[in-house]
Design a protein around this ligand. Structure first.
Ligand SMILES: [Mn+2]
Length: 263
């Protein structure tokens, strides 16, 4: 199973983690990686705004890694898997996998910033008897020492909104900065988008980000991207519009990351 235009080798590596741990909404995230790859064949390989054709980009797809067990155990195993990858392009699976990816990348990059796209703060101390569930991801990666900057959040508990004051955040509607110094990791929870554009998620939240806004921001972004993930695609809720949007993000992120490496 490969992403459209994937090659034999390259510094950018796609890996899928069809993991679904503690559920808080609708089940089906484990099918995300498969449907995102399937949807990638609907897209052109050429990214006009970046003038990059994925046919010219050396990136590979190592397929999926099936992980089972507690979010704590899975985050550890994800981290071990990521250690062998230079620039990870991760397909989820639920948001727990991001903890594992950042756990490894933070060892390699001083002052790592995580640009966190999500409808939810994910700042809970624990959820579903786990400190590493998808509702705790942002709290855990902040614990790891990464600087977390939020985009598009519009939902959380009263406690999470209080904790969020310690962080930099930008709502779905306000202008987003596009210059970031130092290494940057980008995590995109598909529920950051308005459910009209990404209905296939576990916990849809109205009044979200417009895809065109996200892509315009990405094309203009001035940052050294060292890796990214696209998580929480749920094709058992909706299996075309959302996987295609996720695949388009993967395609354009790879193009953007590669273009940045050429400088
Ligand atoms: Mn999330």
């Amino acid at each position: 199973m490969e992403f459209a235009e994937a090659k034999e080798k390259g510094d950018i590596t796609i890996v899928g983690f069809p993991y679904e741990g503690i559920l808080s909404g609708l089940p089906g995230m484990r099918e995300g990686p498969h449907f995102i790859r399937k949807a990638s064949y609907l897209l052109e390989s050429y990214v006009p705004r970046l003038d990059v054709d994925l046919r010219d980009v050396p990136f590979t797809d190592m397929g999926n890694l099936e992980l089972f067990g507690s979010p704590e155990k899975v985050a550890e195993e994800v981290s071990e898997a990521i250690a062998g990858i230079k620039h990870p392009a991760v397909l989820g699976g639920d948001h727990t996998v991001t903890i594992g990816v950042v756990k490894d990348l933070i060892k390699r990059y001083d002052g790592l910033k995580v640009l966190y796209f999500d409808a939810h703060w994910d700042l809970r101390g624990d959820y579903g008897e786990s400190t590493h569930s998808h509702a705790c991801t942002a709290a855990r990666i902040a614990d790891l020492g990464a600087e977390v900057i939020f985009f598009g959040v519009r939902s959380g508990s009263r406690e999470e909104w209080e904790i969020s004051k310690k962080f930099t955040s930008f709502s779905a509607t306000e202008a987003w900065p596009f210059m970031f110094s130092g290494p940057v990791y980008i995590t995109v929870d598909m529920d950051v988008f308005d459910p009209a554009y990404a209905p296939g998620v576990g916990t849809p939240e109205p009044a979200g980000v417009l895809p065109a806004k996200f892509f315009n921001w990405l094309y203009d972004l001035d940052a050294k991207i060292v890796g990214f993930d696209v998580v929480e695609t749920n094709p058992l809720v909706e299996d075309v519009i959302t996987p295609v949007l996720a695949a388009r993000i993967v395609r354009d992120m790879i193009a953007k990351m590669w273009k940045g490496m050429q400088k």
